[in-house]
Structures are given as C-alpha cells and as structure tokens.
Design a protein around this ligand. Structure first.
Ligand code: FMN
Length: 165
C-alpha cells in the first residue's frame, strides 16, 4: 500500500510512552510536517511550543487531567492559534486541525506515538507555555516512543458516512 495511506490507517492514539528521548532530527521533521499543513489563504495561523524541559512538563502535567501522559512523554507540542494571523475563525480552526493531523502522522511515520489532547483556551496552561496575548491554546500533543500498541478504534462503515450524488 502507498506509505501515506498506510500511515493514515495504522496510526493510533498513543497514551503511554517509553522514557527514551526523541532524536532532534525527528522533532525537526515533525515540526517541518506541521509547517507544511494547508491553511486558508495560506495564513499559517499555527504557532508551536515544544515542551521538553522536565520542569515545564511537570507544570503542564499538574494542570492537564491526563497527567501521566504529559509528564511521561519526552516532549509535548502545544499548538496555538495566532488570532492576529488568521482571517476567518472557522477556516483558521480547520487549518489548525490540518496542522495537528500532520504532526500525528509525521510522528507515526517516524516510529513515534502521539495523542491529540483537546485542551483549549486554558489560561493557566497558556501561561506555562508562555503564550502571547493573541495566541490561544488549541491542543496538546504528547509525543514519544510508544509503550503500548492499542488495537484500532472502530470506524463507522463508509456506507453510513458517504452519500454519492
Ligand atoms: C479534537 C480531538 C480531541 C481529543 N481529545 C483527547 C483527549 O483529551 N484525551 C485523549 O486521550 N484523547 C483525545 N483524542 C484522541 C481520540 O480519543 C482518538 O483520536 C479517537 O478515540 C480515535 O482513536 P485513534 O486516534 O487511535 O484512531 C482527541 C482527538 C481529537 C481529534
């Protein structure tokens, strides 16, 4: 099967990570994949904060419900929306989603695991991240070498999702 299609199908949300650090080249490759996401009018409204220091990971872990996931992951990428960069809320949010999916797929393609944590507009978390006045937290994505191999979550059949006209 084509590698991209294969990656889309075999990606899983990973919530348990090995202690092993993630190589800098892999982090760069993931950030690069994020950068190449599509966005309306090519506004690229995402801003990315890479959280690696043990202090910040611990601070984030204390604030986020799924504490161990954040604390144990060697890195977490926080995706922020720069409200000054965007032009239309719906389209900006769609672009952020594309950026997040690129991050998940790139991580998976590099043998890493990741999970999208839907934590939005949280002032305390934004403070820990050093978010600027016009930046809003959209999601946190802990990343690391997987320490679990979960089975696929069920998907609805195409017949239920698709109408051809
Ligand atoms: C918008 C969004 C929010 C999510 N929030 C969380 C979350 O807060 N915690 C979590 O463990 N997983 C979260 N997930 C991951 C989903 O639970 C997961 O993608 C879904 O169950 C399908 O499993 P899969 O990713 O392994 O295919 C989120 C996913 C999306 C797209």
């Amino acid at each position: 099967m084509n590698q991209v299609l294969e990656a889309i199908k075999t990606r899983r949300s990973i919530r348990a990570f090995k202690k092993e650090p993630v190589e800098e080249e892999k982090i760069e490759a993931i950030l690069e994949a994020a950068r190449w996401a599509p966005s309306g009018k090519n506004t690229q409204p995402w801003r990315l904060v890479v959280v690696q220091s043990p202090e910040k990971r611990a601070q984030l872990g204390r604030l986020v419900t799924q504490l161990d996931m954040i604390r144990n992951a060697p890195l977490t990428i926080a995706v922020l929306l720069d409200t000054q960069a965007g032009y239309d809320t719906t389209k900006d949010l769609q672009a952020i989603g594309a950026c997040a999916q690129n991050i998940l797929l790139a991580a998976h393609a590099l043998g890493l695991g990741a999970c999208w944590i839907g934590r939005v507009r949280d002032e305390e978390v934004e403070k820990v991240l050093g978010a600027r006045e016009h930046e809003q937290l959209m999601m946190l994505i802990p990343i690391g070498y997987p320490a679990e191999s979960p089975p696929p979550k069920p998907r609805r059949p195409l017949a239920e999702l698709v109408r051809r006209i």
